[in-house]
Design a protein around this ligand. Structure first.
Ligand SMILES: [Ca+2]
Length: 110
């Protein structure tokens, strides 16, 4: 099975119910090009929704990542470092029933 572009330069991968309530999705932060967020379709296939969900971050070079529900709203959020770029902290939200990730600045932690 192949996911996305073969030259993506993956640097981090995490698996869990990121956008699905009862299935394991896959998030990959990449060095060369956009990140992937593969939503589990429940039939052995996955759909990359990173761009439509606002978490593709195509101009950065991801390094490692973690998943957690940082704001305790029941939705999984994503944090990762970038090489030679700003680190990212994304909170998951929903806009008109569609999954969206909003990047937050580090002052969110204050
Ligand atoms: Ca959350």
């Amino acid at each position: 099975m192949h996911f996305g572009r073969s030259n993506a330069g993956g640097r981090g991968v995490a698996v869990g119910p990121i956008v699905s309530s009862d299935r394991s999705d896959i998030f990959c932060d990449n060095e060369n090009g956009p990140n992937f967020l593969f939503k589990n379709n429940g039939d052995g296939t996955f759909t990359d929704i990173a761009a439509q969900a606002g978490i593709d971050d195509p101009h950065q070079h991801g390094r490692g990542l973690a998943l957690a529900d940082f704001n305790r709203d029941g939705k999984v959020d994503v944090v990762y470092g970038n090489w030679m770029g700003p680190h990212r902290f994304y909170l998951q939200t929903s806009v008109n029933g569609r999954v969206q990730f909003r990047v937050r600045s580090c002052d969110y932690f204050i």
